[in-house]
Design a protein. Structure first.
Length: 512
């Protein structure tokens, strides 16, 4: 490896820890909003007269806008400045949330959700890239990303708890209104304390063809998986969406390799450590998002838990994520290579998922679900922390926004795919079980209800087996592709690609 010196570190921002508070608050708001509406959805559907066929769009409209516009949002953050993008994203998210809470019909609700997703796509990459450019010391960076990783991993489960409280004791509209104070406090605080490092903007002209191709390609991909859930994998429009997505994203990659100022410089993707993070994290989120949905329905429909009790039932997972991220991931990140946290972390999460394949109608929460959630949380928290930090590993400050957008894109697209893919598998297994037990199901009464419940649980268990396999694949990818060593404690985090980035690490990068 060349002895070329790393890029000189930028001076540490004296307000960086105060800034972290507001960045973390904003990230919590965005992540919990992806799940907070799940528990409120039945009540909102009834109040607004949304049909069963269209109710999924309350979730999908957010996912489509968020997933489709993240790369654009990351590039805007690089161009405008992350602080400006962060504050505008927060204000827009608050206004969209007010619109959703005041919705008087289906169209207004879906429009508000799409606007939330669009402003979230501006806000999320700006938040992560601010951390990347403000925390330049390896040990401090580990602590900052430990906190951020815990929020990114546990925020979805926090959303389920908060959604249960607000729905049961107030009403579903408060699952939207609650975002407003979050956003105002974070925006005012960010405006006052964040000082973005000079010279870190990317003022190159905007790549309009790249924006159009990436946005339409990602929207087609997310919509394809969402439609597959309701219309089936062989549906002509579903197949058409997948074909269109592949063509658009291939055209996007070709365009990015040719234009002078690409939306997504291919160097961001092709560096093996970042590529390994995007791929392994996206797969892990597929497993996690499907599980949130299954456990929510299992606890409420099969076990009869209230929304609040269901929310509290997810506390062990949140505790595990916080512990794994801040006490295991953050403490070990400066001592061992990231792959030795991510690979085993995904395997521990897979072990927790494996326990849940034993789910039955009468399963005990303390004996089965609680230990499974603790393992899931510990594993994912341990893996999320180095993954978040490594997502901007060795990247030029001018590319920090788009590199941050990629890790958010992998999570958002992974969440949409996970919900659709695992739901489809679960529905097929449930249908097969009911077909095999048609006579008992037709009998009605308690026996018929028991068969219905057993069919649901059979579907969940079948899908969870797939989730186990996906987490094992995440672990293998992390251990195989990610080959960087441990950060040099007290040394700067390198700010450029290539040899300068390698200088950050004590353990040399081994060429394969």
């Amino acid at each position: 490896m060349s002895k070329t010196a790393a890029t000189p570190p930028l001076a540490a921002d004296p307000s960086r820890w105060k800034a972290l508070v507001f960045i973390a608050l904003a990230q919590l708001m965005v992540v919990l909003d992806a799940t907070i509406v799940n528990i409120a959805l039945p009540s909102a559907q009834t109040d607004l007269g949304i049909s069963d066929g269209n109710r999924q769009w309350v979730i999908t409209a957010y996912a489509l806008a968020f997933g489709g516009l993240l790369l654009f949002g990351g590039r805007i953050a690089d161009k405008w400045g992350r602080k400006n993008a962060f504050v505008v994203g927060l204000i827009g998210f608050a206004l969209a949330s007010a619109l959703g809470g005041a919705a008087n019909g289906e169209a207004m609700m879906l429009g508000a959700r799409a606007l939330q997703g669009a402003f979230g796509a501006l806000l999320a990459p700006a938040a992560l890239s601010l951390l990347a450019v403000m925390f330049t010391d390896a040990k401090e960076r580990a602590k900052a990303f430990g906190i951020y990783g815990a929020i990114a991993g546990g925020g979805g489960a926090v959303g389920l708890i908060l959604g249960g409280f607000l729905t049961e004791y107030l009403n579903w509209r408060w699952t939207f209104f609650v975002n407003i104070p979050f956003a105002i406090v974070a925006a005012v605080g960010a405006w006052m304390v964040i000082r973005e490092p000079a010279g870190s903007r990317n003022r190159a002209p905007l790549d309009i063809p790249g924006v159009v191709l990436s946005t339409t390609g990602l929207v087609a991909l997310v919509y394809g998986f969402t439609r597959a859930e309701s219309a089936g994998w062989s549906d002509s429009l579903t197949v058409g969406m997948f074909i269109a997505s592949a063509a658009l994203l291939a055209a996007f990659v070709y365009t990015e390799s040719k234009v002078k100022s690409p939306l997504l410089p291919l160097r961001v993707l092709l560096e093996r450590n970042r590529g390994g993070v995007y791929l392994s994290l996206g797969l892990a989120v597929i497993a996690m998002f499907g599980l949130f949905l299954f456990l929510t329905y299992y606890l409420q429909v099969v076990k009869g838990f209230s929304p609040v009790k269901t929310g509290f039932a997810f506390l062990p997972m949140i505790a595990g994520m916080i512990l794994g991220s801040t006490q295991i991931g953050a403490r070990l990140m400066t001592r061992v290579p990231p792959r030795l946290l991510m690979g085993p972390g995904f395997l521990v999460a897979g072990l927790g998922m494996l326990l849940l394949t034993q789910l039955e109608v009468g399963s005990s929460y303390p004996a089965l679900i609680l230990p499974a959630q603790l393992l899931l949380g510990l594993g994912m928290g341990t893996a999320f922390m180095p993954a978040m930090s490594l997502s901007t590993h060795g990247v030029n400050p001018a590319d920090a926004g788009v590199a941050s957008a990629m890790v958010n894109t992998s999570q958002q697209v992974g969440g949409a795919i996970g919900t659709a893919l695992l739901n489809t598998i679960a529905a097929s297994a449930t249908t097969a079980y009911l077909t095999d037990h048609a006579a008992e199901a037709a009998a009605g009464g308690p026996a018929g209800q028991l068969i219905q419940a057993q069919a649901m649980v059979e579907g969940y268990a079948s899908a969870i087996w797939w989730a186990v396999g996906i987490l094992v694949a995440s672990s293998v990818i992390a251990l195989t592709l990610i080959n960087t060593g441990r950060p040099n404690v007290g040394g700067p985090v390198a700010s450029g690609d290539g040899e300068a980035a390698d200088a950050e690490f004590k353990v040399p990068v081994i060429a394969h």
